[in-house]
Design a protein around this ligand. Structure first.
Ligand code: HEM
Length: 459
């Protein structure tokens, strides 16, 4: 199959060399100047919600910013989300948008591909995310979830975030990679965590940036580990995602090359795991703070009469879905989505030339009072059919993105959240001190800085 284009990197701080415009080409758009070398990125990482709110108050729905080393455009509106994510006129590249952040460590992952190449690769991956495949993953993951959540309440000093992170990573090693040996699971999980950690490094040249160098080394180890197992997976009958990808053949006879399988798997592990961990952590915190919602969900999950969720149960857990949607609204695991223009375009009355970094911010539209009643309140019922606040604009609520790159794992994530919440709430009452407020780090992926200490009392 066709290979995605290769990128060249600067030898200075290791960022990709992408075609760009002179700073002055965006002078007609209101916004901030060059400032620090890393531009507005620091302000965004420090407090993304404040960053977007201040910016919207100062400049409105479109503004010029200074991303590391170049000018870019920030769009803060539901229409802006739609314009960029739906991308009817094919103005944007996701590959070039994500490349500076994820390029070398998650290279050629599905989200970092464009056009026909992306369409073909996504079509080949789709069978592994269909209903029947999801039912198989669910069956695989539930015994582990029930076993692990049963242990959580017995741990002194329990912290929710590291516990759920460990669990989702172990599930991914099993369901995605089909690993059985604990020593292999541990090694892969360690390498994987190192790659993710490196993606946050500011300095991206291996000599200066040790964190980044360790990430690249870990990626190479993962590549060798996965590549060595492809022949047996191509000939086996495993139901894990790795095995399915090895056996997938399209109607016109296309199949993934070995290199593509490795690239996709490394990306998928990242896309699946930190995001779902973040969502489950937000839910646990919200339920501990809102005992009435916790009781309401407990009543819902008790109707199932068992700890292990089965495929038919998934559609019977509607209030759990509202709670998930509300958690993703308040703390979208991906607060911003990156793109780059590949042609001139226009939005909110301003032209944007080709070769400009453009970003949209779910975290802004998720808190915009234009679309949400009392946006700061945890109010899952706003997603009920009776209220349907999410129907006010199709692109105001976009935790999973939209358009051609819309999250392929959305149903997987929803299923996993239900598979965890059912045994968790049936076994334990989640508690935090009345005056505790979780110190949230919202970017690059929402997570609690203190791991979210929590008491679990037997129900
Ligand atoms: C709550 C959990 C999750 C959230 C909030 C989330 C969010 C997102 C977002 C916003 C995008 C689009 C990015 C863009 O447009 O540039 C995306 C893409 C993607 N996600 Fe997820 N994700 C989640 C879980 C998962 C899981 C569990 C998987 C895999 C099992 C997964 C696999 C993917 C893939 C493969 C893409 C790329 C799709 C494409 O480019 O065609 N995600 N996700």
């Amino acid at each position: 199959m066709t290979a995605a284009p290769r990128t060249r990197y600067s030898s200075f701080l290791g960022y990709p060399r992408l075609p760009s415009v002179p700073y002055g080409a965006l002078r007609h758009i209101p916004g901030t100047g060059r400032g620090l070398i890393v531009g507005d990125a620091l302000a965004f990482v420090a407090d993304p919600l404040k960053f977007v709110r201040d910016r919207h108050a100062a400049f409105g729905p479109i503004s010029r910013t200074y991303f590391p080393f170049e000018a870019g455009v920030v769009l803060l509106s539901a229409d802006g989300n739609e314009f960029v994510l739906r991308d009817r006129a094919q103005n944007f590249s996701a590959h070039l948008g994500w490349e500076p952040l994820l390029g070398r460590l998650f290279r050629r992952g599905l989200m970092l591909r464009d056009g026909d190449d992306h369409r073909l690769q996504r079509r080949l991956m789709q069978p592994a995310f269909r209903k029947e495949a999801l039912a198989g993953y669910l069956e695989r993951m539930t015994p582990r979830i029930v076993r692990e959540t049963a242990r959580w309440g017995q741990r002194p000093g329990f912290r929710f975030y590291p516990a759920i992170k460990r669990l989702t990573l172990d599930i991914a090693a099993d369901v995605f990679l089909g690993l059985e040996l604990q020593s292999e699971v541990d090694q892969v999980n360690r390498d994987f965590a190192t790659v993710v950690e490196a993606s946050l490094a500011l300095v991206r040249v291996p000599v200066l940036g040790r964190k980044y160098a360790r990430g690249l080394e870990a990626r190479s180890r993962l590549e060798r580990f996965l590549a060595a197992r492809i022949p047996e997976r191509r000939n086996g009958n495993g139901s894990d995602l790795f095995s399915q990808m090895c056996r997938t053949v399209s109607e016109s006879g296309e199949r993934y090359s070995d290199e593509e399988i490795v690239d996709h798997l490394i990306f998928l592990m990242m896309a699946a795991h930190d995001t779902t961990t973040s969502a489950l952590t937000t839910i646990a915190y919200a339920l501990a703070r809102q005992p009435q919602w916790q009781e309401r969900l407990r009543e819902t999950v008790q109707e199932l009469d068992r700890l292990e969720v089965q495929p038919d149960d998934l559609s019977r857990l509607e209030p759990v879905e509202w709670v998930l949607h509300e958690a993703l609204r308040l703390y979208p695991p991906l607060p911003a989505i990156a793109r780059r223009t590949v042609r001139d375009c226009e939005i909110h009355g301003f032209s944007i030339p080709a070769n400009v970094a453009v970003s949209v911010y779910p975290i802004f539209t998720h808190h915009d009072p234009q679309w949400w009643t009392e946006p700061e309140r945890f109010d899952p019922e706003r997603f009920s059919p009776a209220r349907g606040e999410d129907r006010r604009h199709g692109f105001a609520w976009v935790p999973f993105g939209g358009g051609a790159h819309m999250c392929l794992g959305m149903h997987f994530a929803e299923m996993q959240v239900k598979a965890v919440l059912v045994p968790l709430l049936r076994q334990w009452r989640l508690g935090i001190p009345a005056d505790y407020r979780v110190p949230y780090q919202l970017a690059p992926i929402a997570k609690p800085r203190d791991g979210l200490p929590m008491s679990l009392q037997a129900v």
